[in-house]
Design a protein around this ligand. Sequence first.
Ligand code: ATP
Ligand code: MG
Length: 453
Amino acid sequence: MSLHRKIFLSLVISIVGISIVFIFLTHLTVKSSIEAGIKETRGQEITELNKVLTTYYMENHHSWNDLEQLNVLQNIHQDHPEIVVMDNDHQVLKVGNSPRKLIQYLGINSEISVDKMKVGQFFYYDPEVANFKKIMIGIPISVVFLLLLSGSVLIIISLIIAYRLSKWLAAPLRNLLPMIDRLGKGELGIQVPANTTDEYGKITEAFNRMSKELEQAEIVRKNLTADVAHELRTPLTIISGKLDYLQHQGKMIKPESLLPLQDELLRLNQLVEDLRILSLAEAGKLTLNKIPIDMMDIANQLILALKPIAEDKSISIHLDVQTNDTAVLVDPNRIKQVFLNLLTNAIRYTPFQGTIYFRLIKENNDFLKIIVEDTGIGIEPEHLPHLFNRFYRTDEARTRYTGGTGLGLAIAKQYVVSHNGKIEVKSILEKGTRFIIQLPFSDKNNFLQQMSN
Ligand code: ATP
Ligand code: MG
């Protein structure tokens, strides 16, 4: 059943249900208030008669015998009062002049009890009471009739409103459904106009967001395939070109002629390995062998290893430690790779006689902040948001051969994130670049606790 029908049906059921309950309660209230009114007008007479009949029953040895002889109405000062008395078995013991059924139907009923046991009942009747009773029967009937009439009109109006309302409520979903269908069939990026700010508007916005993200993911996937093919082609072309050249020479191949081929193969191997690591990290399947490590040791090792290439450009690397708390729980090989890439980039993009700082700062009780800062060429602001994307290079032509594959920062980000850390970059063109990494202490504390237990 469609949503529109479901909403309509539930509205119909509630409207009809409420109307029935309303009519029933009105009828009951009118009837009982008139009844109470009639009883009130003849309350004294009824009590008097009840007393006379109860006394008679008790004095007559708990029997109604010879009741006809008793003049029970002698003290009732109303016009033409009449009475019908019945015992417990509904046997009529005494009846007035009017037909018994009329007195019973239009009279006031009262029970006769002795020691809280019902011993009989009587109906009191006079013309005035009869008139009241007729009104009492007439009014609720006409009230119910009127209510039914006006209720029916109201129900019809409410049903028309309910029908339109349910159609209106379900309309945004009806618009959205074909779009979901189209998205499912591959029309990625499709957008639905969101005209409202209510829940439907939010669903539409969420749909639009999801559709855009799917489109983006598809673009990234296509680009990735193209990028991988492109990156693989360059070394493969070089290798095949060089092999062709060697073959055409028709001479014995000297070992040193094979060195450039070996270089390209190493580059190819590195690229394939980087891609493998990146896809593992992105799928969350990277295994981390975490141990408590002093970041100062890692910094010293890396600075020592990179000293020769830094000195080639007269670049000095300074270690600036601003905290005593420099131990974190990390996989040392992965974290070394992160900072090796950051330092290599810093050396690569810092001109002669520049300076590189490796700073260790305690951010708060949770994070150790590690900053790799250079006085290099800087990065233009438009490149910054994409810097951690795969194969992203700010100057494609220049860095393809001088730089690396453009995977270093993408891998660095995945490694940092898989350690529950954060990485960001700030840069000013011609002034320098600063990479800020935060690695959590919390993991280390848990680890040390586990070790001591
Ligand atoms: P790989 O690291 O895979 O060998 P790569 O160094 O080219 O290759 P990334 O480390 O991901 O790749 O860097 C991406 C790009 O960011 C670089 O090509 C460079 O354009 C820019 N970049 C990175 N670090 C700096 C820096 N310190 N100063 C200026 N530009 C930088
Ligand atoms: Mg790099």
